[in-house]
Write a protein that binds this ligand. Structure first.
Ligand code: NAD
Length: 507
């Protein structure tokens, strides 16, 4: 496996680093097994509490220097990271695919997203704009400016082992912040590979140790950052349960959190939909990445007039899905991340049946040659009612729930009536329906699409969702503002000192 050598992965290595320097990794070992074939890829040593302390101290010292580097210069260095990623795209994409189990196309796509966000960040480094306002007082000028925040703690999930980190880190760096990354313990090697790529670029540019820190470990390491007053922003991607814990801890110390949590995404299929287009969007959205995207399509709300017809098409399409090694491009669907995820999938199927669901495409675990890891499962579809508890829950697996509707009002009501609020879509050629779906009385999600599915997003837009999805926004648009602190300044260039609101205070 050349990609392991090319990304510098050793059989055993430290996962604790301030840049070019690697600590011993005195915490627990993290073994990374590939869900593709079940083999142990390599072991990473996690951080001890003392090593965490060292990372924070080094990051604090680095911040004092990094914040003084002009933003466009920081942008130029991030541009070089983009170039370095381009050079390593094939190897890193393969590593992501092998460690996480997503298709090679998606592994490469993830690295491409990293390159894209670096490019976005370069432009942004010259556009960290503040506003100027007209003061109510004569001979006064008022304006706002954006300053770097400090240490940004990044906690990431297994399903996007590298892209989500880069969305945060590339913006944080051009904003003048330094980062400590706590990657998922299920994908520690992809993080080690990224840290090496960045460290090389930083070293070439005399960037101090501590601007990019890697903190490998389990949830405890994430909890250290959440509780640490020296980390002004914790950006956490993962389950809503994790987000609830992080949010409470960070709020308890008046820190900021940026939360990107679970989704329960629906596609509404109107009677005026182009059903062929709807089919492609739905099948990719529901079965792609083995249902392990935060934006995976989990619910299909289909108009009663086209319900039978669409259901038939769907069942036929599912019959054509090829499940197998994600590094082999002939397969559509790879494995789940681990056996615990398989167990959760099976429990959800049982719960769905118990609650009255009827499977029109059966699930199950695949066995035999090629499926030795025990992580390959069949994408399945169940007919349900929208209020089943299991339908209200995000199960991170390829289980699609399908239900009929009669009016567009009812469809929007069903779509919104779940605790999560990440991604949503309507398939329709009817302008009125599309606009109603996008209106303030329409979808309540952070992402609302028309005639494309729920999954897959471009870095140019702000990404995130409402309700139990956490409310955070990352990536494009003005998401950068979360990584900076706003300061409003009023300057008096006159010879008098008038008070605001005309208050008199004569002495
Ligand atoms: P997870 O919540 O199990 O773990 C995510 C990360 O949080 C890991 O690094 C883990 O070590 C850490 N963690 C867990 N508990 C913690 C705690 N109490 N304090 C601090 N850190 C803690 O999630 P996962 O299984 O890796 O990922 C799947 C989940 O992530 C799904 O719910 C998915 O929807 C969500 N996700 C959301 C987005 C988004 O942008 N909204 C993107 C990707 C994944």
């Amino acid at each position: 496996m050349d990609f392991l050598q090319e990304t510098g992965i050793l059989t055993r290595q430290s996962g604790v680093s301030t840049g070019t320097k690697w600590q011993a990794g005195e915490g627990a070992d993290i073994a990374s097994h590939s869900p593709v074939d079940g083999k142990l890829i390599a072991t990473v040593t996690g951080a001890s509490a003392a090593e965490y302390e060292y990372l924070v101290k080094t990051a604090e010292a680095a911040f004092r220097k990094w914040r003084e580097v002009p933003a466009p210069r920081r942008g130029e260095i991030v541009r070089q990271i983009g170039d370095a990623l381009r050079e390593k795209k094939q190897a890193l994409g393969r590593l992501v695919s092998y460690e996480m189990g997503k298709s090679l196309q998606e592994g490469l796509g993830e690295v491409q997203e990293m390159i894209d966000i670096c490019e976005f960040a370069v432009g942004l480094s010259r556009q960290l704009y503040g506003l100027t306002m007209h003061s109510e007082r004569p001979q006064h000028r008022m304006y706002e400016q954006w300053h770097p925040l400090g240490i940004v703690g990044i906690i990431s999930a297994f399903n996007f082992p590298v892209a989500v980190w880069s969305w945060n880190a590339a913006l944080a760096w051009v904003c003048g912040d330094v980062c400590i990354w706590k990657p998922s313990e299920k994908t520690p090697l992809s993080a080690v590979a990224c840290q090496r790529i960045v460290a090389e670029v930083f070293e070439r540019n005399d960037v101090p140790e501590g601007v990019s820190c890697l903190l490998s470990g389990g949830r405890e390491a994430g909890m250290w950052m959440s509780a640490d007053g020296r980390v002004p922003l914790v950006s956490a991607t993962g389950s809503s349960r994790m987000g609830q814990s992080v949010a409470a801890t960070v709020a308890g110390r008046f820190g900021r959190s940026l939360l990107e949590l679970g989704g329960n995404n629906a596609v509404i299929i109107s009677k005026d939909a182009d059903l062929d287009m709807a089919l492609i969007g739905t099948v990719f959205g529901a079965a792609g990445t083995a249902g392990q995207r935060c934006t995976t399509t989990r619910r299909l709300i289909v108009h009663k007039d086209v319900y039978e017809r669409f259901r038939e098409k769907l069942v036929k399409a599912y019959g054509q899905l090829r499940i197998g090694n994600p590094l082999d491009e002939q397969y559509h669907v790879g494995p789940l991340i681990d056996k615990a995820a398989v167990e959760t999938y099976l429990q959800a199927i049982t719960a769905c049946r118990e609650q009255g669901g009827r499977f029109i495409v059966e699930g199950g675990v695949l066995e035999g040659a090629g499926f030795e890891s025990g992580c390959y499962v069949k994408p399945c579809i169940a007919e349900v009612r929208p209020d089943f508890p299991i339908v209200q829950t995000e199960t991170f697996a390829p289980i699609l729930y399908i239900m009929p509707f009669s009016t567009i009002d009812e469809a929007i009501e069903i779509q919104n009536n779940v605790p999560q609020g990440l991604s949503s879509a309507i398939m329709t050629l009817n302008l009125r329906e599309a606009e109603q779906f996008l209106s303030c009385a329409g979808s309540d999600c952070g992402i609302a699409n028309v005639n494309i599915g729920t999954s897959g997003a471009e870095i140019g837009g702000a990404f995130g969702g409402e309700k139990e999805t956490g409310g955070g926004r990352e990536s494009g648009s003005d998401a950068w503002k979360a990584y900076m602190r706003r300061q409003t300044s009023t300057i008096n260039y006159g010879k008098k000192l008038p008070l605001a609101q005309g208050i008199k205070f004569d002495i």
